[in-house]
Design a protein around this ligand. Sequence first.
Ligand SMILES: *Cc1c(COP(=O)(O)O)cnc(C)c1O
Length: 404
Amino acid sequence: MADFLSNDQLVTLAKEYGTPLYVYNADQIRGQYNKLEKAFSKCNARFFYACKALSNINVLKYVQSIGASLDCVSINEVKLGLKAGFTPDRILFTPNCVDFAEVDEGKQLGVNLNIDNISILEQFGNKYGGSYPICIRFNPHIMGGGNYKISTGHIDSKFGISIHQLRHIERVVKKTGLHVAGIHMHTGSDIKDVNVFLQGLEVMFDLARHFPDISFIDLGSGFKVPYQDGDVQTDIELLGKKVTQAFQQYEKETGKSIQVWFEPGKFLVSESGYFIVKANVIKQTTATVFVGVNSGFNHLIRPMFYEAYHRIKNISHPDGPERIYTVVGNICETDTFAWDRTLNEVRESDLLVFYNAGAYGFEMSSNFNSRLKPAEVLLIEGKAHLIRKRDEFQDLLRNQLEVL
Ligand SMILES: *Cc1c(COP(=O)(O)O)cnc(C)c1O
């Protein structure tokens, strides 16, 4: 796989800012955004960056500056988005299982609202009638997505309102006079197959006939990006072509022109991220050679949580002989980053980099084991900016009240 940042660049950053360190390369975020714009250039499409993947305020500002909109899953993400300069019309609020007050706050802030259960839909309709447009999140019951934990379209999923409840939704809309401006689906992450989106789109077109006032269909996200050589990824060009055709056909049949919205998270930021750690110890046991690094699932939980594969490279010794290792963290819990991985010989103090660390990396980090969270650096046109200081010991005690 092509490496956008050289080993030397990464080693230099690690020396300057210390490890463990997250580095994000803004040019790659823009590159991914341009791919989307290009693939959907003949379509009336809007892209809302799903900022739960990586929400540092500087990343939000950068994404704002290149023209994307923002998908938020909590009211705090909405507020971060506003702070980053997104106008309310460029923010979509897609919460799940929040109380009415949180949805109401989104309304007060003037953002687009995506409602995912009938209870809230009814309360919103009773309070506001048709005075504020909303979008309804449906569950089309299409299986998509890599891991069960990140698949949201199945019958047991807590997300969205089942399409089988359409009749009841229609009753609620009729009674309250709700203005349904859009319909939405998001069936999970790591969807390789373009057909999953196209099947979903067919379901959405069927639903659209029941909501004459809609101006957009939101197909969510879940675009898969390659994590290793030979990985299947979502063919964005093909998807763009097929979706464009489908919308043109829909327009021809109905005389209605509607926008298509997407909410890419991983697609925009995953590959832009590099997580650099230091090998603390090499430990040979009876069965295995371990590399123990100065991090753990408290900093990058995806391998343990989703069985995710992250490519790893020894950037201090890239020409060393190849050896097989199991790469583990330093916390007191089994935290394996990679099993049976071939790396150039790792010596204590060598720097290793994890690729594809931009999405759900830092964002899911914690202070487990009273370890400090890493620093974050954003590269813009090759220039490094520290965008988060490494935690300090005092940060562990912040918000704690000493009563004894
Ligand atoms: C998480 C999420 C996304 C982004 O998913 P990715 O796989 O990171 O692209 C989009 N929409 C909603 C509603 C989400 O919850």
